[in-house]
Ligand binder design. Structure first.
Ligand code: P61
Length: 914
């Protein structure tokens, strides 16, 4: 049996922004294309629900794009494809083609002949075969729509019909037999393995060539493993080979299960046939070693073929379709579960519409109008209406590109439409055409709305991006993790990333970049000197942050080094709203002393004050009184304070603090590392800003300061980079010198131009309201779920991380038994989730007394990378912590077995107390 997975067995590597539209725009778009969704432009469509060429690739596959050997003959990519076909499918010969039609064309030329028939389980005639004079004869088992679900193996061939057809047309009159895996013309229903064997036996007896269309072999195999007796112990890989062994040839649309955007091939062990097919390739496709595919496409296809039998990714697609299907069924929506998605029976869905109302097109247009989804209808019209395909509309789910939040949106749209189905009116055809893409419609009743607007449907609650590339994540069993934890000395910093499932150690440099960022990187011109990329970097930061002078640095601490050395002199005091390790260190290295000026609430994990990042003006006043404003070069004002739990400061506080500092000649320098998150929380919590853009809020925030340091590895959505920006020319000039000495040229800060280009795009993306909402709300989602489960956390939930209160969690442990360290390792052992200790271990020992500092906050930080994990992963984290909480009193403390003097949390090793 395939295992049900609660969350993706991968993380997101690259995202692409989804075009998001409003009801009125969609209505206008529909009118423009005469209600035929095929003709909507991709930038008008939020969700293209076709699996063809739309799946996310693995990062290994994607990198294949750069490994194309574009040799005309005998390329390395082709050799790889041959080898992978041998190992995955078991066939020794492969004939590459530009896509599925290319493969069918070769077959038609080699095996077809005018007047012969094609016996098949497809109900839709193949236009290419028809064009070559062949007749389509469906011998599929007859199963009525209401009987398909659960698993009737309705894609099987009816042996009696098959024998009847062979008798009628005689083996000589039959070109070949084509068996499609989960045919889309039959609601993506599988055939059984037994049926495949029976059919191939009959074909062999009659000397009829058998061809298996393996475009959806994984879905078909998954059905067999899950529902056909005697197959539940097989792996997907085994079954795929066994299925292929039954037939003479396979043909593949590589834009489906291979998860390429394009490409195809034919495989066989029959040398004669292979040679004939190769001879046709040169006529129609290209050369026999590339077949009309770019070398890079062959690489992507080969890697995709190799990966397609990966059990966990199959389990995830299976779980996702079950998830969507169950949601619909629970809400009484007529639904058929297909291998490749869910299929909506049109008659049951819109019973009031007759054939002349074009209900299939109505349903497609209505789903676009209601939820921005496109399920285009792409066929020869005459053939379509005579096939089973016209009876359902298939919402195909591509591999890995949508999250369960997207699926929730699909379900909600379909459910809402179904509830209001009686208000939906028909479409009348206003132009004829042979092909569905040519058809045009108008409303049947011109004055009545086509289908109702649903209030709230435009309030999107899903990630405003789709997944373009994924990275597989380590999955291990508990036994393995117990061993790994021991080997790592019970320190999460010492764990290997391959042992980690969900890595919530940090949000620093761990973001998924967008395709747009990658494309900007590729367009950069490398130089250590002045460049366009540098100029754009500077002008974007100037425009967004509002400061006059900008210096790129390789990351945050480099900016802090320069800023501190430029502004602080020996004996200065530097107030800040809570310390951060690197910030404080650089202040001290420059001769300053850090003074905590955050409000007291920030130190109380149970205070639910919503601006726990605020600076306490009384503390500032006291400091000025105590040391004098002359010895305070600047206030370091952090946005969404990391160590306080990702807590924001209010706009009012920023304004008041700036006024105060101005009066005393003290500069305000923001640590604007998490400034977009702070801006979002201002918009959310302060009614004065609820209609403002993130860009405007951020600009106003920064106007209450004289400059900033930023680690761009957080909000700016890059894996590396930082900057220092100021208004004062003298400070800038001094800082430039530091940059030249310590970092790189003044125009790169030691970065590549690619990094600068990715940053420019990242800054624009962080200001996108839909993005930043999804980002912060994911953290909030995790926080409130934990609170609901009674888990003690720092309240209120912040922006980038949730902090568990380990002291309360393990109330039976003394702080010198390092409860936060215990909790972080227990969460790893429970579910492979990596978090960070922020308590007694991190704080260290008092050098005078040698005693642990025993800080007030004994916390574990669960930090969420941006755009990387989904809410399904969040649910997994919650479940894991709940389990650790249940057994908390049986959990023992830790003690050091190796304790470094400096920053002991990084390298320290522990053992459990006896
Ligand atoms: C983090 F355990 N933060 O949160 P750099 N300012 C602020 C930060 O959060 C920050 C930096 C400056 C990290 C990485 C980290 O002891 C640690 O680009 C508000 O990392 O140089 C970094 O920016 C420094 C984690 C840093 C640590 C130091 O995970």
């Amino acid at each position: 049996m395939l295992q049900k997975l609660p969350a993706e067995p991968h993380k997101t590597k690259i995202i692409q922004k989804l075009p998001i539209t409003k009801y009125d725009e969609r209505l206008a778009n529909l009118k423009d294309v005469c209600y035929n969704t095929f003709n909507l432009r991709s930038d008008q469509v939020t969700f293209d629900l076709t699996s063809t060429g739309t799946s996310a690739m693995s990062q290994e596959q994607l990198s294949g794009i750069l490994i194309g050997d574009e040799a005309y003959a005998g390329s390395r990519n082709f050799i790889l494809l041959e080898n992978v076909v041998k190992s995955i499918l078991g066939h020794k010969r492969v004939i590459p083609t530009h896509n599925m039609l290319g493969a069918r064309k070769l077959i038609a030329r080699v095996l077809g002949a005018s007047g012969r028939v094609v016996l098949t389980n497809s109900t839709l005639a193949d236009n290419l075969f028809a064009d070559n004079g062949m007749q389509h004869v469906s011998v599929k088992k007859n199963v009525t729509l209401d009987k398909i679900d659960p698993v009737e193996f309705a894609g099987s061939i009816d042996i009696e019909r098959l024998n009847g057809a062979i008798n009628k047309y005689k083996p000589e009159g039959i070109a070949f037999m084509l068996i499609e895996t989960c045919p889309s013309s039959g609601h993506s229903q599988p055939f059984s393995f037994k049926n495949l064997k029976d059919v191939c036996r009959v074909a062999k007896e009659n000397k009829i060539i058998t061809i298996l269309d393996i475009s959806f072999i994984i879905e078909n195999a998954a059905f067999i493993i899950n529902s056909e007796d005697g197959n539940d112990k097989k792996s997907i890989g085994e079954l795929v080979r066994e299925m292929v062994r039954e037939v003479d040839l396979t043909l593949m649309n590589a834009a489906e299960d291979c998860r390429s955007n394009v490409g195809g091939f034919v495989t066989t062990d029959l040398d004669d046939l292979a040679d004939k097919l190769r001879n046709q390739v040169v006529v129609f496709e290209g050369l026999h070693t590339y077949g009309g595919m770019a070398g890079r496409t062959m690489e992507v296809v080969a890697r995709g073929l190799q990966e397609m039998v990966d059990e966990r990714s199959v389990c995830w697609k299976w779980s996702q379709i079950d998830y969507l299907c169950n949601k619909l069924k629970e809400n009484d929506v007529p639904t058929i579960r297909g291998g490749n998605g869910v299929y909506l029976p049109v008659k049951d869905f819109l019973p009031q519409l007759g054939y002349e109302d074009n209900p299939l097109f109505v349903l497609s247009a209505a789903l676009y109008l209601m939820g921005g989804m496109r399920i285009a209808i792409d066929a020869k019209y005459e053939e379509l209406v005579n096939s089973e395909k016209s009876k359902t509309l298939g919402c195909e789910i591509p591999w890995d590109s949508f999250t369960n939040q997207h699926l929730d949106h699909f379900a909600q749209t379909i459910i809402d439409l179904h509830r209001r189905r009686n208000d939906v009116q028909g479409l009348r055809q206003v132009s004829t055409g042979d092909w569905t893409d040519e058809l045009r419609f108008d409303l049947k009743w011109g004055n009545k709305p086509f289908c109702p607007a649903v209030s709230g449907i435009d309030e999107y609650r899903f990630e405003p991006w789709k997944v373009k590339a994924i990275e597989h994540i380590g999955f291990t069993d508990k036994g393995h993790r117990v061993k790994a934890a021991k080997e790592a000395g019970y320190n999460t910093f010492l764990l290997k990333s391959e042992d980690i499932g969900i890595d919530a150690l940090t949000d620093s440099g761990t973001s998924a970049m967008s395709f747009e960022q990658w494309s900007k990187m590729f367009m950069a011109h490398e130089t250590p000197y002045a460049s366009k990329d540098y100029e754009e970097f500077v002008s974007t930061v100037q425009e967004v942050f509002g400061y006059r002078y900008v210096l790129p640095t390789h990351q945050g601490r480099a900016a802090e080094h320069i800023c501190s050395q430029t502004l602080i002199k020996d004996g200065d005091s530097v107030p800040g709203n809570m310390y951060f390790t690197t910030t404080k260190l650089h202040q001290e290295l420059a001769g300053g002393q850090f003074v905590d000026a955050i409000i007291d609430d920030a130190h109380d994990p149970d205070s639910t004050f919503e601006w726990k990042g605020n600076v306490d003006l009384n503390k500032m006043q006291d400091l000025v009184k105590r040391v004098g404003a002359d010895l305070i070069p600047y206030l370091s004002f952090e946005t969404c304070v990391n160590m306080a739990g990702g807590q924001p400061a209010s706009m009012d506080n920023m304004r008041e603090v700036y006024d105060f500092c101005n009066k005393h000649g003290i500069l305000v320098l923001f640590d604007a590392t998490r400034c977009a998150e702070n801006a979002y929380l201002i918009r959310k919590k302060d009614p004065k800003y609820q209609n403002s853009t993130i860009r405007d809020i951020l600009k106003e925030m920064m106007s209450y300061g004289d400059g900033c340091t930023v680690s761009s590895k957080k909000d700016c959505l890059v894996n590396i980079c930082g900057f220092f920006a100021v208004n004062d020319r003298k400070v800038y000039e001094k800082a430039q010198n530091m940059l030249r000495i310590y970092e790189g040229t003044i125009t790169t800060g030691g970065l590549s131009c690619q990094d600068l280009a990715a940053h420019t795009q990242g800054v624009h993306e962080m200001l996108d309201y839909n993005y930043i909402r999804a980002r912060v709300e994911q953290t909030q989602y995790l926080g409130y779920k934990l609170i609901e489960a009674g888990i003690p956390i720092v309240k209120p939930p912040g922006s980038h991380a949730i902090f568990l209160n380990a002291r309360k969690f393990f109330d039976h442990l003394d702080q010198d038994e390092y409860p936060a360290q215990v909790l972080s390792i227990e969460i790893f052992i429970e579910a492979g989730i990596r978090t960070m200790e922020r308590g007694n271990v991190s704080k260290g020992r008092d050098p005078v007394t040698s005693k642990n500092y025993r800080p007030n906050l004994e916390l574990v930080r669960i930090t969420l990378p941006r755009r990387v994990y989904t809410n399904s992963h969040m649910d997994l984290i919650v479940d894991a912590i709940k389990n650790v909480y249940k057994r908390r009193h049986a959990t023992k403390g830790l003690r050091f077995v190796y304790e470094p003097k400096e920053l002991r949390f990084f390298q320290g090793r522990f053992e459990y107390m006896p």
